[in-house]
Design a protein around this ligand. Structure first.
Ligand code: BES
Ligand code: ZN
Length: 545
């Protein structure tokens, strides 16, 4: 089987299958300096009435479905032009919102509203937008040391600051308040990365009376993009490279060094939405759930991460509306994943008894399929290692079957696939923690393609699987079209299968969930936002430690 080759040409020539929907500006939250994070859509002369979205390429409405879904039929209904029209819609939302779809922004709100309206208009789904409130932070930074400007990364959840003071190196790694010499009071603390979370270092700096903190990396040639993990009492803090940090240490050997640290941070609680859509048909005590996250990072529009999973899930969901099914299918579009998988964890807490009630609702989810980055430009065809055969780290019981079913899809087509470690860097973590059998597809982020992978999938060995991961260039041109179509067909294959039967996948129960919780405790070693793959450490993603 051949697929269209990956291309960098814009799909703008494609017929616009979606009726363009413009949404009235949401809340004007931003101070001018943050216009880039939260630009309002351009005002139109007359607000257009949102029109009913059309099902891509299908008549709408198409009456009650008569035919039972089959894998073959559902796969056939997945069309590249629909995927690209969906991706273009997300690009437009980002363009109209200053270039991103980060949580709480107009770009993200437009995305969730559009998903909600599109799915509701089918009449096939019960749809709801689930609001939740989380602290949003973002900042512009500037660091000058000894008159030289140094690239400095904001640490998520950190405070603002504007200080000029001497830079003082702390002892050891700054993990104990004792590491901070008395002379750091009123000055800027310089601290090496290592051993304890950035949050501890920034809090200790604050306790020691430092007016700022600079944390330098221990990995060579890598910017230190970190998160403090949550709100706290921190000194204004930034991350810099190992080389820049060692440069300052060298200068300190020759005498006093002055620095200016400027952080202009926005910190505010923002309402954010999950979109949950469940088929009206099917057995609601035996539910297949699938989804991906709908938010991007601030740096860019997130068209592969995770526009690809969002649209892949949506188009499979829309294709399904032609058919009868046995098991209910629930689509989960998660908000605020890029801030710590907040949406999926919030959702899980609403159904697993955390917020009251009991776990009956969670037990009804028989399987969860996650799609986060399914069209990486230098892709591998990755399937989460549900049986633990590759990484000795399995998902909840039944995850092995989910993996095997995905594998079969590629094998039937004579295509290679590789196992992908459950790193807990995406929304499936919330489900695995609750003992729910999980799986999914992943075509790769910052990790470099190996020679062996280049043999299997083509593409460029030694280059990142997605060189635009978490960057402005993760745009409409950042999609491998062949992988996008193939993987969405693969989603359709599994969805059709489980919409008919969960054979081979045991229901999660309290015992399994307890075991899942224990596993998640063990797995927490992976869950530091920092990560290694194939022995490579990576510079992307937000580290906490
Ligand atoms: N899609 C990315 C990254 C990713 C990498 C997912 C590998 C699955 C496997 C995801 O959106 C992401 O960037 N996650 C954050 C973690 C989050 C908790 C802040 C990351 O890995 O830095
Ligand atoms: Zn992602």
């Amino acid at each position: 089987m051949t697929y269209p080759k990956a291309t960098s040409s814009s799909p703008a020539h494609l017929p616009l299958l979606f009726i363009k929907m413009r949404f009235v500006p949401f809340v004007a939250l931003a101070a001018p300096v943050f216009a880039q994070y939260d630009a309002k859509p351009k005002p139109s002369a007359k607000p257009e009435k949102p029109q009913k979205p059309q099902l891509p390429g299908k008549p709408h409405p198409h009456g009650p479905p008569k035919k039972l879904v089959s894998r073959k039929d559902l796969i056939k209904d997945i069309k590249l032009e629909d995927l690209l029209a969906g991706s273009q819609q997300l690009q437009t939302f980002a363009d109209e919102a200053g270039g991103n779809r980060a949580f709480g922004s107009t770009g993200h709100n437009a995305t969730t509203e559009w998903l909600y309206q599109t799915l509701k208009a089918t009449g096939y789904y019960d749809v709801y937008k689930q609001p939740f409130v989380e602290l949003f932070t973002a900042a512009t930074t500037k660091l000058t040391v000894a008159g030289e400007e140094i690239e400095a990364a904001y640490m998520t959840f950190g405070p603002s600051g504007d200080v000029t003071a001497n830079v003082v190196k702390v002892n050891n790694l700054g993990c104990a308040v004792d590491d901070f010499p008395a002379g750091v009071s009123g000055q800027i603390a310089l601290i090496s990365r290592g051993t304890c979370p950035f949050a501890d270092k920034a809090a200790n700096a604050q306790t020691a009376g430092a007016v700022g903190a600079i944390i330098y990396n221990t990995e060579p040639n890598t910017p230190l993009s970190g998160t403090l993990g949550g709100d706290g009492d921190y000194a204004p803090v930034v991350g810099i490279t190992k080389e820049a940090g060692e440069g300052i240490v060298a200068k300190l050997g020759n005498g006093t060094v002055e620095g200016t640290l400027f952080i202009d941070a926005i910190r505010e609680n923002r309402t954010n939405y999950n979109v949950i859509a469940e088929t009206k048909q099917g057995d609601h005590d035996n539910v297949l759930m699938l989804g991906g996250h709908t938010d991007s990072v601030f740096a860019g529009p997130g068209i592969n991460d995770d526009g690809s999973g969002t649209i892949g899930t949506l188009m499979t969901g829309l294709a399904l509306t032609k058919y009868k099914i046995k098991n209910a299918v629930r689509l989960g579009f998660w908000g605020a994943e890029e801030f710590g998988k907040l949406g999926s964890f919030y959702y899980m807490k609403t159904i697993n008894g955390t917020f009251g009630g009991n776990a009956t609702e969670a037990n009804k989810i028989r399987a969860y399929l996650n799609f986060d980055m399914i069209a990486s430009p230098n892709y591998v065809l990755g399937i989460y290692d549900g049986d633990g055969s590759a990484f000795n780290f399995s998902g909840a019981a039944g995850s092995d079957t989910i993996e095997k079913d995905f594998e079969e899809f590629y094998e039937e087509r004579g295509l290679a696939h590789v196992p992908s470690l459950f790193t807990l860097r995406s929304d499936y973590a919330a489900f695995l923690e609750n003992g729910i059998p999980s799986g999914g597809l992943f075509t790769g982020a910052e990790v470099l393609k190996t020679e062996e992978e280049a043999q299997l999938f083509g593409g460029e060995a030694g280059a990142p699987l997605d060189a635009c991961y978490h960057q402005a260039c993760d745009d409409i041109d950042n999609l491998a079209l062949d992988a996008y179509l193939l993987n969405t067909q693969s989603i359709a294959n599994s969805v059709a299968k489980y919409a008919l039967s969960f054979e081979g996948i045991p229901r999660a129960n309290m015992t399994l969930r307890k075991r899942g919780a224990e596993r998640s405790r063990l797995m927490s070693r992976f869950d530091d936002g920092g990560h290694a793959h194939h022995g490579q450490t990576c510079g992307a993603g937000k580290h906490t430690i």
